[in-house]
Design a binder for this molecule. Structure first.
Ligand code: GDP
Length: 365
């Protein structure tokens, strides 16, 4: 599956947040690997459409879809130069599909800040600089090799050299590789470099317990938002501490506690949804008497490949998909009505599945 890595300086609340994620965690029996690797947590993607569908279909069970998080501790100033866990840490980030950058926005005299004071702008710069420097090193190493190949007049090498040189310039200025706006072809050329600053990133501003109801009042949050806006990145405000407390409650207690705090959804839910969007994921549903279930695909996936998420046989033997949008189904109230009104579409192998589609696949076994 796709994975989001949680990074940030020490003592900003990463582990607290990660613990909340694993506490709230999906049925671990479905995900045997998370009991093996303590740094991997799998959580259900909250989606109220599932409950609405269940009211219509009355299934025996409801199965949400999930996303995976990895806690990546150990990033400190100088990591790209081998400080702390250094390169080992950076190699963990190379494996993730997207990054959540946790920034400390809470004041607490009892909790040491590595740089001596709460200062989100400086924290963000420190982390981002380490990532940029690590990328600069990868790019320069590759440039050396490509420069030799270029001498023999190899066309691909010339193109790659030009691209790497542009990347080197941007990184040397301290800017992330994603600021270059590369074409798909260019991304493919440098794919094997797994550049850290080419990965999608969002900021999680970790605020104090007292501020969760109105995080905009927190001046540090405003600073994080200004920086994120310049980068075109999203910001989610959470209180890791509060999320850790919420994660221990059952559904009913959770609702009451959130209401008490003046919140509709938990920060964790918002973070999970933001990560899902960041990864470019959408959800389609299957709805039968046995189960109503959400499935995750990348945006732009065609019907046979979407079927393949359920089972490879579904993809191999794909004939067609019977599709209705979530809004149409809710509007008419039942699949039978939808069928009568001709709202169930038959779609072929080129159909691009949309978020919220409810699908029955027809396939050869
Ligand atoms: P990490 O090093 O980034 O993983 O940070 P931790 O999650 O271990 O948190 C460092 C300390 O900050 C712990 O003592 C946490 O209990 C505390 N902490 C985390 N989030 C909050 C918060 O929202 N408010 C306060 N007051 N303390 C927090």
């Amino acid at each position: 599956g796709l994975t989001t890595g949680i990074v940030g300086l020490p003592n900003v609340g990463k582990s607290t947040l990660f613990n909340a994620i694993t506490q709230a965690g999906a049925e671990s029996a479905n995900y045997p690997f998370c009991t093996i690797d303590p740094n991997v947590g799998v959580v259900d993607v909250p989606d109220e459409r599932l409950d609405r569908l269940a009211e219509i279909v009355n299934p025996q069970r409801i199965i949400p879809t999930s996303v995976q998080f990895v806690d990546i501790a150990g990033l400190v100033k100088g990591a790209s130069q081998g400080e702390g866990l250094g390169n080992k840490f950076l190699s963990h980030i190379r494996e993730v599909d997207a990054i959540i950058h946790v920034v400390r926005c809470f004041e607490d005299e009892n909790i040491t800040h590595v740089a001596g004071k709460v200062d989100p702008a400086s924290d963000i710069e420190t982390i981002n600089l380490e990532l940029v420097l690590a990328d600069l090193e990868s790019v320069e190493k590759r440039l050396e090799r490509v420069a030799r190949q270029k001498k023999s007049g190899d066309k691909a090498a010339i193109q790659e050299h030009e691209l790497l040189t542009r990347l080197q310039e941007v990184l040397a200025e301290g800017s992330p590789a994603r600021s270059l706006d590369l074409s798909d072809e260019e991304k493919l050329i440098i794919k094997s470099l797994n550049l850290l600053t080419l990965k999608k990133m969002l900021y999680a501003a970790n605020v104090g317990e007292a501020e969760v109801a109105d995080p905009e009042q927190n001046p540090y949050v405003q600073i994080v938002k200004q920086i994120a806006a310049k980068e075109g990145a999203d910001v989610v405000t959470v209180s890791a501490q509060v999320e850790a407390e919420i994660a221990e409650l059952d559904a009913e207690e959770r609702k009451a506690f959130l209401a008490e705090l003046g919140l509709e959804t938990s920060g964790l839910d918002r973070l999970i949804n933001a990560a899902y969007r960041l990864l470019g994921l959408i959800t389609y549903f299957t709805a039968g008497e046995k189960e109503v279930r959400a499935w995750t695909i990348r945006e732009g996936t065609k019907a046979p490949q979407a079927a393949g998420v359920i089972h490879t046989d579904f993809e191999r033997g794909f004939i067609r998909a019977e599709v209705i949008s979530y809004t149409d189904l809710i509007r008419v109230g039942s699949l039978a009505h939808a069928r009568e009104k001709g709202l169930l579409r038959l779609e072929g192998k080129d159909y691009v599945v949309q978020d919220g589609d409810i699908i029955t696949f027809r396939f050869n076994v």
